[in-house]
Design a binder for this molecule. Structure first.
Ligand SMILES: C[S@@+](CC[C@H](N)C(=O)[O-])C[C@H]1O[C@@H](n2cnc3c(N)ncnc32)[C@H](O)[C@@H]1O
Length: 228
């Protein structure tokens, strides 16, 4: 649970950084000695704990993992094939060893040349990025993927806001990796429009991808897409 709350605090800290949370809210709720702002628990809608089982996937070369800090799940899964980028240096420093390299970089403006990677992953990162920037992130992923390359995306399903008025969704997750489990949770501000499988498939196709697999498991979804 400590990890879950820490993750939520980190995401709110990030939101504050990018200006999604009103600075006034942060100012009113952050004690000077606190690294992350206090979140009133009454604002948090906690989903039922979900389980995800991940197996290594076939990848011919380097895998760009977007938002690969935090638990660094794809880095743990795919090891030194992974190039992990994250907006926050601290998130990369805190992530476990595994990736070949970790680089501070913004998913909305990747510094890689076109067609650099045969594979890209985005594991529970879109939920931490303002919806208005989602098309840009997918366009950048498309650009750096080689033709025929694949983007695999996992994220929380945010439906309509709860009638209770809670405006932050938190998904506790038990992630099964080969040989170990990771108990964590991802949470962020509830988006104004639903962010679900259909939404991600729609913006993927708008970016030029062909969606080849998609599924929803309770409160998370997975979309796999190919750059033609
Ligand atoms: C808390 S992590 C969760 C998922 C992470 N992939 C994992 O395996 O645990 C989400 C990450 O997305 C990063 N992020 C948010 N906006 C970003 C952006 N514009 N560019 C790159 N990373 C971003 C956050 O800094 C955070 O580390």
């Amino acid at each position: 649970m400590r990890t879950v709350i820490r993750t939520l605090f980190i995401c709110c800290f990030l939101l504050a950084l990018v200006g999604v949370l009103a600075p006034a809210v942060v100012a009113q709720t952050t004690a000077p000695e606190e690294k992350h702002p206090y979140i009133d628990p009454a604002r948090i809608f906690e989903f039922e704990r979900q389980e995800i089982t991940l197996q290594p996937f076939a990848a011919s070369g380097l895998i760009l993992d977007i938002g690969g800090g935090g638990e660094g799940i794809i880095g743990q899964l795919m090891g030194r094939q992974v190039v992990a980028i994250d907006l926050l240096r601290q998130e990369l420093e805190d992530a476990p060893a595994g990736p070949l390299i970790k680089i501070v970089m913004d998913a909305r403006e990747l510094k890689f040349l076109d067609a650099t990677f045969p594979d890209v992953t985005i594991f529970f990162t879109m939920m931490y990025i303002n919806g208005a920037d989602h098309p840009k992130v997918l366009a950048e992923a498309y650009r750096v993927l080689a033709p025929g390359g694949r983007l695999r995306l996992w994220d929380v399903v945010f439906g309509p806001r709860p009638a209770t008025g809670q405006d932050i969704g938190l998904v506790p997750l038990l992630i099964h990796l080969p040989g170990r489990d990771v108990n964590t949770g991802y949470g962020n501000r509830w988006p104004a429009e639903p962010h679900d499988e259909a939404y991600y498939a729609r913006i993927a196709e708008a970016a030029g991808f062909r969606v080849v697999a998609r599924r929803t498991e309770h409160t998370w979804c997975f979309i796999e897409m190919v750059k033609p």
